[in-house]
Design a protein around this ligand. Sequence first.
Ligand SMILES: Cc1cc2nc3c(=O)[nH]c(=O)nc-3n(C[C@H](O)[C@H](O)[C@H](O)COP(=O)(O)O)c2cc1C
Length: 198
Amino acid sequence: MDWHVLEEVLDPLPVFHGWMREAETTEPNDPNAAALATATKDGYPSVRMVLVKRVDDQGFCFYTNAESRKGRELTINARAALCFHWKSLRRQVRVEGPVVELSAEDADQYFHSRSRVSQLGAAVSQQSRPLESRKRLEELVKQFGAEHPGEVPRPESWKGYAVRPERIELWMDGEYRLHNRFLFVRQGDGWTRTRLFP
Ligand SMILES: Cc1cc2nc3c(=O)[nH]c(=O)nc-3n(C[C@H](O)[C@H](O)[C@H](O)COP(=O)(O)O)c2cc1C
């Protein structure tokens, strides 16, 4: 895509979807991976990668353990920022906004769509808490699997969240580091668009 096109864009979401489709063909792994930034109430930040499983009317959706560090931060400060970087395309997308929890039905559906071992891993993981050894984790997975030969129950703390985009910035690499940045800010049903200095 030529950057001139961005000067005419009214809605950043179709551009995001187009870039994601391209990234699916160019990135060696996880084109849907994004850095997710959260913060404590007093502004202490933390960041880690997550997989954005879909982008729909609810927002940019990802799944995690609500008792993890990010989950605890989202409970006290329900705002987040996401940053996608597709190295092969030299493009970046930044998304910011309030975060909402997805329904239990939604979490169930996604949880059970994963492989059995992934479900067992998620079920026994006390994400972000100290773990004495790898062996302990493997024992827990084995034990939980033996206790649940049929469907693996989803732990209540394993949830989906959606970042509802209030601000989206599309960034395209430019020659001599004269990059192209377009900031879109939600305004009612539409967006305002502003070009930013690189
Ligand atoms: C490419 C990639 C994708 C990841 N996707 C997820 C994810 O979708 N959900 C998740 O809980 N952790 C995911 N992780 C692990 C997180 O980065 C992180 O280690 C974990 O969620 C604990 O983070 P926290 O202690 O800040 O809560 C992913 C890691 C990588 C490198």
